[in-house]
Design a protein around this ligand. Sequence first.
Ligand code: NAI
Length: 415
Amino acid sequence: MNYDIKDVSLSKRGKLRIEWASDNMPVLALIRERFSKEKPLAGVKTACCLHVTTETAVLMLTLKAGGADIVLCASNPLSTQDDVAASLVRDYGIPVFAIKGEDNKLYYEHLKAALDIDPDITMDDGADLVSTIHKEKKHIPLGGTEETTTGVIRLRAMELQGKLLHPIIAVNDAQTKYLFDNRYGTGQSTIDGIIRATNKLIAGSNFVVCGYGWCGRGCAMRAKGLGANVIIIEVDPFKALEAVMDGFLVMPIAQAAKIGDIFVTVTGDINVIRGEHFKVMKDKAIVCNSGHFNVEIDIPALQKMSKKRRIIRDFVEEFVTSDGRRLYVLGDGRLINLAAAEGHPAQVMDMSFANQALSAEYMKKNYKKLEKKVYKVPEDIDRRIAELKLASMGIKIDRLTAEQKKYLASWEMGT
Ligand code: NAI
């Protein structure tokens, strides 16, 4: 078996951590149980480009139980958990190509190694795998799935330009994904990453969140809960209004740059924090990103205006500007929740990855009907996952009565 990981001897710790995650993923456990009987993915070669975490390992075991031949590479150079990669290789015989801290060259070599299996299905997080496939004009017989907002945006752009070569299911856009993973997952794990990296007190700090989408809401909500003064930066008037009425201060980044203690970008956009903003930041301001790519903070601009640069703690880089201020960038501007912490908790990935597993099964069954488009996760799959998750939490909800169904489908009855 070919693989490229840091150190296979880390497997013991990885195996225990995978077990811990697995115990917190009851919906995926049900799917795995059914998959191991029905083998809906028998012989389907599946190339997965996902963050190599304990939760991803549980998804890999689920796909394997369903009969898929899988290979895994990282969807970010800094998000790999090396012990998990080791356990997948040694304990479960799953080929992995991922090393935490790999450079861009090795990152793309690993993507290409995953594509060597000539996949039938791809599973992407950020669309790097699919864009590589498109550059190399590889044929994907069944199609692919996409995990995150940024990936879906890229794939929709490809579809619009008529460049998409195979169907994609946008897992990100399932309600059981973005409402929970992006909001509660990113919210908690981003704060976790900042705290693990810096050990700073959040209470009383001016905490600036750039982007009030699903991830931004989560970060703002959790920072508020810890006692921060939360400031929101937006470009969308609806989101900005929502932030105002959720009780946050809203202002342009140029203004917030002068007063922020901690800055987090979660926009999926480019150069949100730039040189002109670094120029006015306070001494000891902390800047990090939780959006998919490391392009939201203009680190080269900060480098240009700095006279010194050093790593002061794990995942904390100090830049001393020419006027003597110290500014700190966390995790090279890469997803801080995965660089310095462990990514989203398993309970939330349970739903995201249930969508991945069931979307792969759906694609295998229905690929002949699918066009070269970006599709939503079918509504019945999304709903079923919500129902299973509630059941796993021991929570029951009401059902519409026959009378209520009729009433809600009618227009005749008024006051
Ligand atoms: P979203 O589309 O719901 O929100 C993005 C928000 O950023 C929008 O409200 C938009 O108006 C705003 N925005 C865009 N440009 C801006 C600018 N220059 N200044 C201020 N605001 C701006 O997207 P979502 O789901 O919140 O995802 C955001 C990013 O986080 C994406 O890159 C996504 O892939 C990534 N992501 C990261 C995760 C993680 O584990 N860290 C998990 C899930 C998503």
